[in-house]
Every structure is written in structure tokens, then in C-alpha cells.
Design a protein around this ligand. Structure first.
Ligand SMILES: C[S@@+](CC[C@H](N)C(=O)[O-])C[C@H]1O[C@@H](n2cnc3c(N)ncnc32)[C@H](O)[C@@H]1O
Length: 461
């Protein structure tokens, strides 16, 4: 019989293989965390408040990972996961938790993580969630792997692994996205396009299938990521993908022959149909190329945009939008009458952004194609910015960028949009030393059923 966790104080790993634990909180990767004395044990598939029995596998000095053996006292928020692949597939980690509770847990994660970094009570508002937490991913992604006969199959990777879990459904994807992606999977088999093998790939062709579906226009854009751009059946496959009811409106090939887990390579070839897709958010139309960054879920993007617009506020002063993408914030901000300078390094995103400006008949917004690091000082010399919006990738902003924004741009307000709590905490800590105080942090649930937390943080000087 495993002993209760609180009977075993100490930093060293417990000697028992199977232990009994009370789950205290969710760790950043979605695992439940309990303690044996001061030794931390992380157990996937558990919920704070639950008493569980778990088998410790990998043991570090201060913490270990365990497999859930059984739940001794289930949380009232435990639900039956909707997806048949949950648990095996690494895509979702929280489908066993009622959605309203997922939102409360994300709010608690933000409060605890930022509070710890800033050593203060932080003003976290309740997380904004989706009305329906399924079918929300307008951008769908599958890995291509090898089936029993060596044929191409679509799936997701298992958690913390490169093992492919073939999937027959993915209920977090928009239905139309699944349909078009599975159709491409079927065509890979029909035209004998083999899955890529090796890392870097040395045999086969297909690595990933991506599809984006527009809520506004109904267009579907598919991208087949391959490790060689010439292969038998390529043009016939593209033609079949574009034809008939349920066909895609645009088909692209992306060449990625490099080692590692980055999905997209540098070169994209337009095989047929439309070269871009049109989406609409907040009354603004956006043009999106297959390799431009655009938020994965449109319903989440609407919530995010609403938060950013209200954080920027109602004044009319100029806004500097750093890491702008195709202008998800810049274009609607320009529509409110504010002058906007948008900085983005990806040339295709900038091209999409400029076309978006024209398409919407907007005035007063200027895109600058550059690395933020190289532009901020020059832009500071061009005039004053009332607000700086920062939406960097997962790694956050560099110290150089934050020092330049705080010291040279000196906006009255910074709106920092983050998809990673670790880098957000680090950057808010630095901004605090540079005179910017956190006024509010709002989690926006862009990725239900995963532990990812998007946060809009508003700071004032
Ligand atoms: C998280 S996305 C945000 C895009 C946009 N705000 C949106 O919500 O659609 C980050 C963007 O920053 C761009 N980016 C990454 N590093 C950059 C850098 N050092 N300088 C300029 N842009 C960068 C990426 O190409 C990407 O479009």
C-alpha cells in the first residue's frame, strides 16, 4: 500500500515506486504537481485537488515524473475526454478537465507564475475563453508518418516524443480543416507519395500536412511540407486536391530538407489555386500567405484583438506595433484612427500586411520590414509613440529590445502579448526595473485543452 506523501519529508527521491499524492497545482506543461516532502512529482492526466496513486518513472534530484495509476478521489471537474486519441496523442493535455475549470487553472497559472517572478500580487483578470472549445483551430497540422505497409498516414506526435500517433479524428480542428487535410492524406496514398524518413530526411517525400480554413470566406489553403520538391505524381496530386466539391482553394508545397522539428522550410512553391487566403476579424480583412504567421484560431484571435484594442485605449496617439505579422493589431488600430508603425521581419507577412492596408482602404499605417532589434532606435528618432504593442515569438523580446522600447521609445503604455509565461515573466521583471508597472494581465484562451496560455499584459510608465 503506498504511503501518503506528507509522511515522507526530504529532498531525495522517495524509495517507493508507487506513491500516493495530493495534486496541488498544474505545472506549465499541464501536468499535475504533488509533493512528497519537498520532492516534486509531476503526473500527467491529473487535476489539482485530486488524491492519486502514481508510479514514479524518471527520477531527478529534486523532482520526478510519474504515471497515473488510479485516481483515489476524483475532482468534481473531471470529465470524459471527447477525443478517442486523448492520452496517447500529445496534442492535448487537459481534455479530462471541464472547460470552465481549465480557464480557472490558467488564470491561477498566470497569477502564480507572474507573482513569483515579480514578487508581488499581480492584477490578473479572469481568463477569457471560447464559447465552444472544440473545432476552434482554423489552422490544422498533421505530421506524416509510415503506416503498416509503408504508406503515408497522418497523425500527431506523442507527448515528449517523436513517435507518431496516427489519428482518425482531431476534434479541436475545424471540421473543414480536417476534411481537406485527410483528403490530402488519401491523395498521398493514391499517388504513392512516401513519408519522409530520417532526420535530416534521406528517403521518401512528405513530412507535414498543413491546412488553413477561413471562417469569413470559406477558403481552404493547404501546404504539403516535403523534403524534396520534385517527385512522381506531384502535379496530379495538386490537381486532384483542387478539383471537385471539398477541394482546396489553394495548394502549396513547402520544401524543408533540414534536420529538426521546425515544420516549415525556407522555400514555398505555389502549385495552384489562390496564392493567399482572406480572413476577416473585427471588420477588417486580412490576406494570409501560407507561411505568414496568423493566429491559429479565429475565435480566439477575435478575443485577443478585443483585449489588445481595449488595452491600447481610446486616445488617438501613435502606436508602435512590434512583431506585427500581417497586421492583426495594426490594421484594426489604424481603423480606429490612430497612426500605426508596424515592424515585422517576414517579407511575405509584410507584403500581406501592405495589401491588407490597401484592401481595407486604411490610412496612417506603415509597415517596416526589419528585425525589431535593428529598427527600434531609428523609429525612436522619428517621433513619439503613445503606446508600444509587443507580440514576440515564444522566446520573448530580447533585453536589447526591451531597453530600447523603455528607454528610447518611452511610450506611456506597453501592451505585451505573450504566448509563453516563462519569457513573459522574465520580460516583465526587466520592464519593472526600467520603470514600467504591470496594471493588468488577462489570459486569453487561444488553445483550449492544452496548457498554452496567451496573456495580454498592460504596463504603464
Ligand atoms: C507571435 S507572432 C505575432 C504576429 C501578430 N502580432 C499576430 O498576432 O498575428 C510574432 C511575429 O514576429 C515576427 N518576428 C519574430 N522575430 C522577429 C524579429 N526579431 N523582428 C521582427 N519580427 C519578428 C514573426 O515573423 C511573427 O510574424
Amino acid at each position: 500500500m503506498p504511503r501518503r506523501s506528507d509522511q515522507r519529508p526530504g529532498r531525495s527521491p522517495p524509495s517507493d515506486r508507487v506513491v500516493r499524492l495530493r495534486i496541488e497545482e498544474l505545472a506549465l506543461d499541464g501536468d499535475g504537481m504533488g509533493r512528497i516532502g519537498t520532492y516534486l512529482v509531476f503526473v500527467p492526466g491529473t487535476i489539482p485537488g485530486e488524491e492519486v496513486e502514481a508510479e514514479i518513472g524518471r527520477r531527478g534530484e529534486s523532482h520526478g515524473r510519474a504515471k497515473l495509476v488510479r485516481v483515489l478521489s476524483p475532482s468534481p471537474h473531471r470529465v470524459v475526454p471527447r477525443c478517442r486519441h486523448f492520452g496517447d496523442c500529445g496534442g492535448c493535455s487537459l481534455q479530462h478537465i471541464e472547460y470552465a475549470e481549465q480557464l480557472r487553472l490558467k488564470e491561477a497559472m498566470v497569477r502564480s507564475h507572474l507573482g513569483h517572478a515579480l514578487r508581488a500580487e499581480v492584477p490578473v483578470r479572469p481568463a477569457l475563453g471560447l464559447d465552444d472549445p472544440f473545432g476552434f483551430r482554423n489552422k490544422v497540422h498533421f505530421n506524416v508518418g509510415r503506416g503498416a505497409e509503408g504508406e503515408a498516414v497522418l497523425g500527431h506526435l506523442a507527448a515528449r516524443s517523436r513517435r507518431l500517433v496516427p489519428v482518425a479524428e482531431c476534434p479541436v480542428h475545424a471540421d473543414a480543416g480536417n476534411r481537406v487535410a485527410f483528403r490530402l492524406g488519401g491523395l498521398l496514398r493514391r499517388f504513392h507519395v512516401a513519408p519522409a524518413e530520417g532526420d535530416p530526411p534521406t528517403r521518401g517525400v512528405a513530412r507535414h500536412v498543413l491546412a488553413r480554413v477561413s471562417e469569413a470566406s470559406g477558403e481552404t489553403q493547404v501546404v504539403l511540407v516535403v523534403c524534396r520538391d520534385r517527385f512522381p505524381g506531384r502535379d496530379a496530386l495538386a490537381e486532384a486536391m483542387l478539383s471537385g466539391p471539398g477541394g482546396a482553394t489553394g495548394v502549396h508545397l513547402n520544401l524543408n530538407d533540414r534536420e529538426g522539428s521546425l515544420v516549415l522550410g525556407r522555400e514555398t512553391i505555389h502549385l495552384g489555386g489562390k496564392d493567399r487566403l482572406v480572413e476577416e476579424i473585427g471588420g477588417v480583412q486580412f490576406l494570409v500567405s501560407p507561411v505568414s504567421f496568423f493566429q491559429t484560431g479565429i475565435r480566439g484571435a477575435r478575443l485577443l484583438l478585443g483585449e489588445v484594442l481595449s488595452a491600447v485605449g481610446e486616445g488617438g496617439g501613435p502606436v508602435l506595433d512590434l512583431y506585427a505579422g500581417v497586421g492583426l493589431f495594426a490594421l484594426p488600430l489604424a481603423k480606429t484612427g490612430r497612426p500605426v508603425v508596424a515592424v515585422e521581419e517576414n517579407p511575405l507577412s509584410v507584403r500581406d500586411g501592405i495589401h491588407g492596408v490597401k484592401r481595407n482602404g486604411l490610412k496612417g499605417v506603415r509597415f517596416v520590414r526589419a528585425r525589431v532589434e535593428d529598427q527600434v532606435r531609428r523609429l525612436a528618432g522619428e517621433g513619439e509613440f503613445e503606446v508600444a504593442v509587443l507580440d514576440p515569438p515564444r522566446e520573448g523580446a530580447s533585453e536589447k529590445v526591451l531597453r530600447l522600447v523603455a528607454g528610447a521609445i518611452r511610450p506611456r503604455r506597453i501592451v505585451y502579448v505573450s504566448c509563453d509565461l516563462r519569457s513573459l515573466a522574465r520580460d516583465l521583471k526587466l520592464l519593472a526595473t526600467l520603470g514600467f508597472r504591470l496594471r493588468s494581465a488577462v489570459p486569453v484562451d487561444m488553445f483550449p485543452h492544452t496548457s498554452h496560455v496567451e496573456t495580454v499584459a498592460t504596463l504603464t510608465r
